[in-house]
Structures are given as structure tokens and as C-alpha cells.
Design a protein around this ligand. Structure first.
Ligand code: ATP
Ligand code: MG
Length: 567
């Protein structure tokens, strides 16, 4: 490619809403162009990067025995009704009608469509397992599209779906996908962790996420310093917390605690550790058809509620803040809620409080708390894992210390089981001639997000630093002064030779100042530049490594040898 012909509208400035390096450099480097909120177009350089990532993903998926297909973006709402997700998916699902009033959705994920493809076409266990995948556009009407390609509304995902005759075979495929994803992200040169995850709106049991460690990540992950345990904060577990502080031993009683509505004030008043108090977090749970209900979550005073865990416990589509009015209408007294004697309101208690004693909690009466509370006699269904695991908590596997870091989710694999196949009547005849719903798995990779992740993982203040695997071109031959005939001739000949050898090379033949061309080299971030300048008269050219930031002069008769390192 010749720079003079390349459509790469590089820019000095980034849009105001671009705050992350990947967003800034993808725009400034002319890789992408925004057309609306969360909507991006890929320009030539961006398309090359995207295709390179896509190829790595495709090669590894094909290697693992999956077959590539291509599904439509527009999906009949009927399929989504069959799975029950037409309502349950929430506002990220864009629903619309055609001219005949038929209902459709823009596919945010394709479990329904692929299940429909396979049902009645695969009928026997003999045709299983089967793994179909695509690399295609998805649409999710994200509440807060931001950070460029990291969280778009339209984005490109690799989504794969597998069908099995047994849970064991699904688990085998799940493990194979963990290996395949590990191979993909390793080939891309990323520093990542496989973490235990929440399954979100996709559902099913057992899921793992692939997190690239990056300070600008939106996800919080907990990692054990001693063993392999790592988990998304939404799913993280810990060894049950204990306290060295003396418990406030007392018989069960009601205590006058005027205006003491916070955990701190209660701890100060009774001179106790927050570990022995019970905190009530009141939320408004939103359900199907906009039905809502006040729900209370009880955790230790020293712990915080983890919203995703709470939402799962309440089986809600969403949790919202409850206002004073709503709390009062539910018959609750904010600041004085406790689980003992609480009636007519849905509530859940954190697992770690089960059968604990010597606790202090609200008495459900203005200005009163209970002391000497024992958490006995609550039904098992009341208990759930509700707490947010924090840095310093202990690993549930080995007791080692957990530390918290930031990650960007690049992949997510799920064991769906029979959730979709049961709901959609997708079944096969097993070995005994019995009809059974398929056992399914699904596996996603954020292909367009990865283009941004590569930059988050590797950049400096000047621009992108692409590695070999994803770079739009591997070598940028810069003619220092286009008017110098010797320079132009040498560079042209070298460019033509490398091109004939099918090397990924670009020639900066623009009639621009040398500094301008260097800036573009650094902004776009090709791994190497070869500067053909004044030193050519002495038989030398200069090789620049973008990552190392080093320049070295190379004798032109040794250039072939040197360029082997580049390609
Ligand atoms: P997130 O928690 O980041 O919203 P998700 O759990 O909704 O992700 P999945 O449904 O598991 O994502 O989708 C599979 C992959 O698609 C994710 O691992 C991520 O890399 C990518 N992805 C999801 N949403 C977006 C988005 N809005 N923009 C770009 N990529 C996305
Ligand atoms: Mg999401």
C-alpha cells in the first residue's frame, strides 16, 4: 500500500468524549469513524486489524472442530417469545415491526436462531456433537455506549453454539473452548485471566470469562495470590469471614436507639465491631411487564451488597433505588429494618449470616434495634450469596489473600444445559430411543472490542503500538525527502521487492515533511519504520522499532538480513 493512496484520515485531536487511549488513537489514527452513539465504521486500517483478529479466532475455532455459518441480524420476535427472552432481555434488545406489523428484534446474541436452525434438522444422538459459530454484527441498545469499540451498540462478536447428547459431552466441549480461547488470546499477545463469572441474561449454569488485565477495564476481578482462583466481582466467593473482636453477648431484647440509622452510629453506641451488626439494603426489583417490588437484602454491617448477586437472588430483571415514598408504602422504616419479625415484604439474607448469633439489627420500629439476635428459623430460600468480595478477603479455594484488579472482558463461555432447547422444543432421540432436549453451550468473543483492547494493552503517549499479529502493516518505509531522487528510487525498489514477496509493507511516498510522516508512524503504530534519508549517500538507512523506541542505522547490503527480524 502507498500512503499517498491510503484512506487514513489521521487527526491531531480526538473527540471530547474520547477519554481512553484506545478510543482516542483509533479515531485519531483513522482506523474508525463514528456515525452515531455507539455506532462505528471501520476504515481501511481498522478493517485490516479487525480481519487479522478475526482470522486468529477463525483458525482456532476451525481447529477445534467448530463450523462457521452466518446468521441474520434481523430475527423474528416469535423465536424470542419461544425462549421467553422477548420480555426478559430488557432494554438492550431492540424490538421493531416491519410494514406488515410483524415483530422483529436486532440480534444481540443468537441462541434462539441457532436453536431454530438445529431443531428438526438434527434428530439423533448420532449427529451430535455439533458446534456452529459465526463472526458477525450484533446490536445491543446499551444504556451507556462509551469508550469507542469497547462498548458499542453495534459490535462484532464471534458467537459459537454447541449441541450435545449429554451434560458430560457439553463439559468436554466447554473445556475444549477454554483451551481454544486461551490459545486465541495467547496468540494475540494479551495478558489475561480466566475467571469464574455470573451468567447474566444468557442464563444457564457455569460460565467463565476471559479478562484482559488493564487499568481502564470496566470489570472488577479478584485474583488469589497463592492459587489459580480468579473471579469476576459479580461471582466472586471468599472463605467465610471471621472477626477477632469480642461479640456483644446479650439476651434477645429490644433497645431504644433514637436516630441511630447508620451502621457507624450503632457501632459507636454499642461499642461493637460492625461484623456483629446486620445491614439492610432496600432496593426496588423490576420484573417482567414493568412489575416492581420492594426487596430487602441483609448483609453484615462490615460487608457491602453485590448488586448482580442481589439481582440474581431476587430473580429480577434489574434493581433500582427505592425512594422514601416507596419504602414507606412497603411498611418499612428506613434505618431500622431487621429480618426478625419482618412480614409482608420480600427479603434475603446473606449466606454468611446463617446460624450466626450475638447480632444487632433493626427492630422494624422507629428508633429501636434488637440485640442478641440469632439467625435461626429462617427458611433456606431466604439465604443467598449477596456480599461483595473485597481485596484482602481470603480465597475460597486455598485461604490465600485475594487482590482486586481491573479487567476488560474479551470472551465468555457458558454451559447453557437444556434452557433453550427445552423452551424451544429442540430435541433428539438418545441411545435408548428416548426424546431429550439438546444439551447446549455457547461461547462468545468480542472481536471488535479486541481491536481496542490491543491498544489498551499496548500504547504510549504518541499512539498505538501494534504487535505483529494485529498490525495493519509490519513495515512503514518512509521517504524522508520525496524530492530526493536517490531516496525515492531506493525506497520504491525496496517497496516493490517486498511487495512481490507478499510482505505487509506500506510506503510513505507523500509529499509531506519528514516530521509529519514520523508522527503518523507513531500514531498509527506500525511495528517498524525504515527511514530512507540523507544517510543513504553513505549506504545506510535507519530502522526504527515502535515498541522499543530505538533507531539503528543499517548498511544497505545488510538490509535483507535485518528485515527478516521485522517480518
Ligand atoms: P459486558 O459485561 O461487557 O456487557 P456481556 O457479558 O454482556 O459483556 P456477552 O453477552 O458474554 O457479553 O458477549 C460476549 C462478548 O462480546 C463479551 O465477552 C465482550 O467481549 C463482547 N461484548 C459484549 N457487549 C459488547 C459491547 N457493547 N461492545 C463491544 N463488545 C461487546
Ligand atoms: Mg453486556
Amino acid at each position: 500500500m502507498r500512503f499517498s493512496k491510503l484512506f487514513a484520515p489521521t487527526a491531531k485531536d480526538a473527540p471530547k468524549d474520547a477519554v481512553l487511549p484506545s478510543h482516542i488513537f483509533l479515531i485519531r489514527g483513522g482506523f474508525i469513524a463514528q456515525s452515531g452513539s455507539g455506532l462505528y465504521n471501520f476504515l481501511p486500517l481498522g478493517k485490516i486489524v479487525l480481519d487479522k483478529i478475526r482470522n486468529v479466532v477463525k483458525e482456532e475455532m476451525d481447529n477445534a472442530g467448530a463450523q462457521e455459518i452466518s446468521m441474520g441480524v434481523v430475527n423474528p420476535a416469535e423465536l424470542w417469545r419461544q425462549s421467553g427472552r422477548y420480555e426478559a432481555y430488557g432494554k438492550e434488545l431492540l424490538r421493531f415491526k416491519d410494514r406488515k406489523d410483524n415483530e422483529f428484534v436486532l440480534g444481540p446474541t443468537h441462541e434462539e436462531v441457532v436453536t431454530d436452525i438445529v431443531r428438526n434438522r438434527v434428530n439423533s444422538y448420532k449427529q451430535l456433537p455439533l458446534h456452529l459459530y459465526q463472526i458477525a454484527t450484533k446490536f445491543r441498545d446499551e444504556a451507556r455506549p462509551r469508550f469507542g469499540l469497547l462498548r458499542g451498540r453495534e459490535f462484532i462478536m464471534k458467537d459459537g453454539y454447541s449441541f450435545h447428547a449429554s451434560m458430560e459431552d457439553l463439559k468436554r466441549e466447554f473445556d475444549l473452548m477454554e483451551k481454544t480461547y486461551t490459545q486465541i488470546f495467547t496468540r494475540l499477545g494479551l495478558d489475561f485471566r480466566v475467571v469464574a463469572a455470573d451468567s447474566g441474561a444468557i442464563g444457564g449454569s457455569g460460565s467463565k470469562e476471559f479478562m484482559v488485565l488493564a487499568k481502564n477495564g470496566e470489570d472488577d476481578i479478584l485474583v488469589c495470590g497463592k492459587c489459580e482462583y480468579a473471579a469476576n466481582i459479580e461471582a466472586a466467593k471468599r472463605e467465610k469471614k471471621t472477626s477477632g473482636a469480642a461479640p456483644p453477648k446479650a439476651d434477645f431484647a429490644k433497645f431504644h436507639t433514637p436516630s441511630l440509622t447508620s451502621i457507624e452510629s450503632i457501632c459507636g453506641f454499642f461499642k461493637i465491631d460492625a461484623f456483629y451488626t446486620v445491614k439492610a439494603v432496600i432496593k426496588k426489583a423490576i420484573y417482567k411487564e414493568n412489575r416492581s417490588e420492594i426487596v430487602i437484602f441483609f448483609v453484615r454491617g462490615c460487608d457491602d451488597l453485590q448488586e448482580v448477586k442481589a439481582q440474581n437472588a431476587a430473580k429480577a430483571l434489574e434493581l433500582a433505588e427505592a425512594n422514601e415514598e416507596e419504602i414507606k408504602n412497603a411498611g418499612l422504616i428506613a434505618g431500622f429494618c431487621g429480618p426478625v419479625g419482618l412480614a409482608n415484604v420480600k427479603f434475603f439474607i446473606d449466606n454468611e449470616l446463617k446460624e450466626e448469633k450475638n447480632l444487632i439489627c433493626g427492630a422494624n420500629e422507629q428508633d429501636y434495634h434488637h440485640v442478641g439476635v440469632c439467625m435461626f428459623n429462617f427458611k433456606d430460600e431466604r439465604y443467598a450469596d449477596l456480599i461483595e468480595v473485597k481485596e484482602g478477603d481470603l480465597c475460597p479455594c486455598c485461604g490465600g489473600g485475594l487482590s482486586q484488579t481491573k479487567g476488560i472482558e474479551v470472551g465468555h463461555i457458558f454451559q447453557l444445559g437444556q434452557k433453550y432447547s427445552s423452551a424451544m422444543n429442540a430435541a433428539f432421540l438418545d441411545q435408548n430411543g428416548k426424546t431429550q432436549p439438546f444439551f447446549m453451550g455457547c461461547y462468545g468473543i468480542g472481536v471488535s472490542r479486541l481491536a481496542a483492547v490491543m491498544i489498551e494493552a499496548n500504547h504510549d503517549e504518541k499512539g498505538c503500538i501494534w504487535n505483529k499479529q494485529c498490525a495493519p502493516y509490519l513495515l512503514d518505509i518512509i521517504i524522508s525527502n520525496i524530492k530526493n531522487e536517490a531516496q525515492a528510487k531506493f525506497a520504491e525498489e525496496l517497496y516493490n521487492k517486498l511487495k512481490s514477496e507478499k510482505k505487509e509493507v506500506i510506503l510513505d511516498d507523500r509529499n509531506e515533511r519528514f516530521g509529519f510522516k514520523m508522527n503518523d508512524f507513531e500514531l498509527i503504530g506500525f511495528p517498524h519504520a525504515l527511514i530512507v534519508g540523507r544517510e543513504l549517500d553513505d549506504g545506510k538507512v535507519e530502522l526504527v522499532s515502535r515498541a522499543a523506541g530505538v533507531k539503528e542505522f543499517v548498511d544497505i547490503d545488510k538490509l535483507d538480513e535485518k528485515l527478516k527480524e521485522v517480518f
